[in-house]
Design a protein around this ligand. Structure first.
Ligand SMILES: Cc1ncc(COP(=O)(O)O)c(C=O)c1O
Length: 417
């Protein structure tokens, strides 16, 4: 499909956008263009294509005869970026070989020695590790933000970071994984714009949208500059590919693509092809996983061996108000807390027959893990517990199986705890 996409709904864009059958023998589905390099029609054409790529003039980059070498860009990457940008409501997107490649390239593209960063807490361990163990060696300091729904705590984190050095970037993860902590993105945009007039430029606001994905939350519409998604999770949706995307203005995304070319961390043609196919069913998978997750969460909330369920559908107070304004759905990953510790958690995990014991989320199969001994193994206990992760906490990512079967499996395993 090509042309004007205004007015089309995400379900339609997810199926059609980014590929025109006329470009590949009339094939209704795109080919995977498995090549490393592209042949030019003439010497002049090769010069024109390089001029277009490096100077932004001449033939349009991404046109079918304007590719150079697959690390710089390839047809399946263009297709997937076109579709992701539309779903994120952005002018442009850059797609990488993993979510972490997307995050680290974004941080390196915009941060310079002496800069400071504000990061919401808790945030994904990989991001946290990069900010707190890699970037300090380059003179970049990160400051944590407390309650992301409270103006005073947002204000104090921004002021503290600005006092230490120019505040160049604010990284927000909302909802956070696995605690479902919410950050008010619009409030961060408003307060950072106000406070940063003192330093002469506004920090870039980057939001990790992995937990809900493009159909359930649109950070750019809330005032973020860049929206990052680990496409490995819900967008890929089958636990069989790794990818990450960043959407935003053409100016910011062009800088990411330039660094991606030099870093070599673009998405390969086959994974891009798989991802384009996965986007087609994202709306259906999202609806189904959200409704099944609600049923599983309600079952767990009523179970005597469960002390509590941290599920977006059950949040209250200020976070609820922000959630209702900012999000369009509750997602399908949440945590629950057993009455007990590691021994009870292990008995539950070892008794499950259908739910699979694995990290990650957003796949068609339901996955469960004990964060304290897996995803958050390296986080010190005090920090884990401050973030709501206890020895008996379990994280579950509800997939596409019949919810009654999932509930029956959890019920029989809870009997053995
Ligand atoms: C919230 C969040 N952001 C980023 C990532 C990193 O994505 P990837 O594993 O695709 O590198 C993950 C992975 O679990 C995640 O949960």
């Amino acid at each position: 499909m090509a042309g004007d996409i205004r007015g089309l709904s995400p379900e339609t864009l997810a199926v059609t956008l980014g590929y025109a059958s006329t470009s590949a023998f009339g094939a209704v589905k795109p080919p995977a263009v498995m090549t490393t390099t592209f042949v030019y029609q003439s010497a002049q054409h090769s010069k024109d294509v390089h001029e277009a790529f490096f100077n932004g003039t001449g033939p349009a980059v991404g046109a079918s005869d304007a590719y150079i070498y697959t690390r710089l860009g390839h047809p399946n990457l263009t297709m997937v970026e076109t579709r992701l940008a539309a779903l994120d409501g952005a002018p442009a997107s850059a797609v990488f070989c993993s979510g972490m490649a997307a995050i680290t390239t974004t941080l390196l593209a915009f941060l310079r020695p002496g800069d400071s960063v504000v990061c919401s807490r808790p945030c994904y361990g990989g991001t946290d590790g990069y900010l707190t163990t890699v970037l300090p060696d380059f003179g970049i300091t990160t400051f944590g933000m407390g309650d992301g729904c409270d103006d005073a705590s947002i204000r104090s984190a921004i002021a503290e970071a600005m006092a230490a050095g120019p505040l160049r970037l604010i990284h927000l993860e909302s909802p956070a994984n696995p605690t479902a902590a919410i950050v008010d993105i619009a409030a961060v945009a408003r307060i950072s714009a106000e406070l940063s007039s003192a330093q002469g430029f506004r920090p870039i606001i980057l939001v990790d949208n992995t937990f809900l994905g493009p159909l359930l939350q649109s950070p750019l519409a809330e005032g973020a500059d860049l929206c990052m998604t680990s496409l490995t999770k819900y967008c890929g949706g089958h636990s069989d590919l790794m990818a990450g995307g960043v959407s935003g203005s053409v100016e910011l995304v062009t800088r990411l693509k330039a660094l991606r070319t030099l870093s070599g961390n673009h998405l390969d043609p086959f994974s891009a092809w798989l991802l384009l196919r996965s986007f087609e069913t994202l709306p259906l998978r999202t609806d189904r996983a959200c409704s099944s997750a609600r049923q599983v969460a309600e079952f767990l909330r009523g179970h005597p061996k469960v002390a509590g369920v941290t599920y977006l559908g059950f949040i209250e107070g200020a976070a609820r108000t922000v959630f209702d304004r900012q999000c369009r759905g509750t997602g399908s990953t949440f945590s629950f807390h057993l009455r007990g510790d590691e021994a009870e958690a292990f008995r539950l995990l070892d008794a499950l027959k259908l739910l699979r014991l694995a990290v990650s989320l957003g796949g068609s199969e339901t996955l469960i893990c004990n964060p304290a001994t897996t995803t958050h193994y390296q986080t010190p206990r005090e920090r884990r517990e401050a973030g709501g992760i206890f020895p008996g906490t379990m994280r579950v990512s509800v997939g596409l199986e019949a919810p009654a079967d999932l509930i029956a499996d959890l019920a029989q395993a809870l009997d053995k705890v």
